[in-house]
Design a protein around this ligand. Sequence first.
Ligand code: AMP
Length: 289
Amino acid sequence: MDVVRSKEELRAASKAWRRAGDRIGFIPTMGALHEGHASLIRRSHSECARTVVSVFVNPTQFGQGEDYASYPRTLDADRALCEGAGADLLFAPDVEEMYGRAGAIEPSTLVRLESLEGILCGRSRPDHFRGVLTVVTKLLHIVQPTDAYFGRKDYQQFILVRRMSQDLDFPVRVQGCATVREPDGLAMSSRNRHLAPEDRAKALTLVEGLRAASAAFRSGVRNAQELVAQLRGPMGKSRNVEPEYAQIVHPETLQPVSVAEAVTVALVAARIAGKVRLIDNATVGEGVV
Ligand code: AMP
């Protein structure tokens, strides 16, 4: 597996593969890779002739006071994981390579999806999704994959990227992949490594709420308010868990519904012990799988 740092080297490799007619899969990440990322890489490897992974901690999607500086950076381990999961190329640019100057705040052009960027995670992170959509646009233009793989773990992000790519005719298939969990159900996240051992049980209250809401749905509850109460229950009972939101929404528009259907999505976000912000979600008809 090759590791490249410049857009130019990446473009050269990708151009040769496109000329050969290869299907190219792409997985954008911020590194600190775990089994969740590995599952995306393996899926791409099984569907595409070539797989590209990017590792770039994107400063423009972090707000003031968020964890940009402390976000885990583990490139040697990331490289081994990518290679083991079947990646052909790892793109690891620095901020200057991506944005033209070190310490750049933002490029002059931004991609925004106004109707979806200010809700759910966008309420507490107002500039987050324009940072995500802008960097994903840049990465898709640099790599020019046929397929791009995103985790449903970050459900809002997946929906925004898919909508952007449809709205703006990006020539790529945006593929959604199932959330990979720890044996106890905690959704894998690079931020889990910041959880102190005593905070782990608190972190589990997110998935417990999702399980409770889908169990209620399966036992016949359709009223969204009742489902939200189930969703919030475990977080509400635990000290040092500050729920940020718990919502039952339409799978595409992300707007709250009053009556749930099988495809309706439950989403939660909470801050654990005042520091680690976690998110999770599940389709109510499927539950936590
Ligand atoms: P990140 O490095 O956190 O930006 O994530 C890169 C990609 O991996 C995104 O598409 C995430 O949704 C996906 N991802 C992160 N955690 C998981 C997980 N536990 N299961 C599946 N996909 C994940």
